[in-house]
Ligand binder design. Sequence first.
Ligand code: PMP
Length: 350
Amino acid sequence: MESITKLVRPNILALKPYSSARSEFDGEAEVFLDANENPYGEGLNRYPDPLQRALKAQISQLKGVPADRIFLGNGSDEAIDLLLRIFCQPGQDHIITLPPTYGMYKVSAGIADVAIRTVPLLPGFQPDVKGILSIANPQSKLLFLCSPNNPTGNDFTPATMRRLLDEFPGIVVVDEAYIDFSTQSSCLEWLKDYPRLVVLQTFSKAWGLAGIRLGMAFAVPALIRLFNAVKPPYNINQLTQQAALKALRDRETFEAQMLTLLAERERLRRELAALPFVQQVYPSSANFLLTQLEAPDTCYRYLMDQKIIVRNRSRVALCEGCLRMTVGKPTENDQLLTALQAFIPTNTSL
Ligand code: PMP
């Protein structure tokens, strides 16, 4: 299997990671006097498991991916940040993103002082494979494919993603934050074929746990070891690990919520499309609808006056005139639709 080592920053390859006495001990200890904790308390006085073994065992079952191919981060945002730090030498390497897409790839690159090259999506919001491959070179360390894409809501076709995995020389990160809302299969199935593939998923969307900050990265064990070497030792706190384990035991709630959200997405799409000032509602494989309408800025402010917040994407290239609306509870979607039915589109700039 092709090695990813040649893509890694030399300082990261040479890193001697932080090691705690507890991670050096394998048996069942009785007395813990190694970590300067307070002995009083009912669990939260102790540092959490730095490798989140119990939680990974459950996620491994759910996803059908061995635990040594799973990294857990403080949101998938942490995984994005760590990928930049593992692979990209500031002032030398760059990442490639396909706008319009999720904003944190660019922000994380900016923080890390890593350059970014952009290859806009084609009409239809698919990646421009030729454009990407024509600018790719050995300094192109990370390519971010967001599928389903935020804010456009569409899946990238499997053939497009496979072609990029076959031909892009660096790491291909497929951000699947919204995959549970899609009918398309996850790229997790391809992990065994592509050592340069990283798949990101999250508990923030379908699992309804944005507040606990828990993201997943799936990759070859060698890359998972690098994630573990560079992460802060206790990046997933005890309360988060407990809350995720509890949610994973209750699949019924998850399934029921998903059914409601998917039905509401269809209802919202239909009713939005019927409004006279709505020009188009893009098809969505996610839990939001990108909606192009007349007078988007006025509409955005009007909704705010009604205490309804949506995302104004009207100035984003390829999303001109669009607001992005998340699918809420049925009552919240009713509130949005009632407000929009009373909206009179007149153009005023923000
Ligand atoms: N990826 C995409 C495409 C997203 O839209 C978001 C959040 N909006 C994230 C990643 C970040 O998710 P998390 O809450 O896991 O950090």
